[in-house]
Design a binder for this molecule. Structure first.
Ligand code: IPD
Ligand code: CA
Ligand code: CA
Length: 284
């Protein structure tokens, strides 16, 4: 048995079992609070929201992870100062950790606040910078997406694989409207203007991690967005890779934890999507 596998059963709980337990406990709690949060704060801009439920979800997950793996490092969105610079720096400071849990306690807070049922909990575990477990849980649909590096990706125990579209013309693609209106939003809007006429249709549903899980499940052909953070992407990236898709940055560089401008797809439309953004000067 490898060191990594030995380490994964410390205290009798596998990394994946703990990640699933955290995501489902947090998700169930979040669902009970839908339409019922007490405080709404603004973070980086008036488009960047946080509630006490985001913070409570992160606390719950962190406590559970630390109970099982007290020597592991933890990077959660709500433990970091708002804004793109602070999130990049927070990751950089922890990249040397042997085991790093990367958590978005609610991805899709704006949807949660408005009662729009498209948000999730995203939990990833990286070993020496490499994501080895990824879990995305949608509490509204009770859908649990799980991937283990080298072992495939599953939704409700069913193996996932990416979709088979070969061209943009037949593809359903998703993107986001970033909270950073100085840099990321204008670039993404240029991309939207360029891509929308070329694809079958475009979706902007408000949760990057859930969009990534949908690419893995073959429900979307691709997803891109400018200016995301490690906690938006880490779990979803492994889900897609383990479902046969490709994740790079918007210039085609292979995914790693520091990627902020993401391009993810079934692989077949990856080059066409990157070229569409490049032609519009919308890839960074
Ligand atoms: C946001 C969502 C949204 C994306 C934003 C993210 P949050 O995360 O993933 O879809 O467009 O860029 O910041 O703030 O809900 O965790
Ligand atoms: Ca997020
Ligand atoms: Ca969040």
């Amino acid at each position: 048995m490898s060191d990594q596998l030995n380490a994964s059963v410390v205290g009798g709980k596998s990394f994946t079992a703990v990640a699933i337990n955290c995501a489902s406990k947090a998700g169930e709690w979040i669902k009970t609070k839908l339409g019922n949060y007490a405080s709404l704060d603004i973070k980086y801009s008036s488009h960047d929201l946080v509630t006490e439920i985001d913070k409570g979800s992160e606390r719950l997950i962190k406590n559970l992870v630390m109970t099982h793996f007290p020597h592991h490092s933890f990077l959660g969105e709500e433990g970091v100062e708002p804004g793109p610079k602070a999130s990049a720096k927070a990751l950089e400071d922890k990249l040397d950790a042997e085991y790093l849990w990367i958590v978005d306690p609610i991805d899709g807070t704006t949807n949660f606040v408005h009662g729009f049922p498209f948000f999730c909990v995203s939990i990833a575990l990286a070993h020496k910078g490499d994501v080895i477990v990824g879990v995305v849980y949608d509490p509204v649909k009770d859908e649990l997406f799980v991937a283990e590096k080298g072992k495939g990706a599953y939704v409700h125990g069913k193996r996932m694989s990416v979709s088979s579209e070969e061209t943009l013309r037949g593809s359903l693609v998703a993107t986001g409207l970033p909270a950073d209106h100085h840099y990321a939003l204008p670039v993404n809007l240029k991309g939207i203007a360029a891509v929308a006429p070329q694809v079958r249709n475009l979706r902007i549903a408000g949760s990057a991690a859930l969009h990534m899980a949908y690419v893995a499940a073959g429900r979307l052909s691709g997803f891109w967005e400018i200016g995301l953070s490690s906690w938006d992407l880490a779990a979803g990236a492994l889900l897609i890779q383990e479902s046969g898709g490709i994740v790079t940055d918007t210039n085609g560089k292979p995914y790693d934890l520091s990627v902020r401008n993401v391009m993810a797809s079934n692989g077949r439309i990856q080059d066409e999507l990157i070229a569409a953004l490049a032609a519009a000067n919308a890839n960074e």
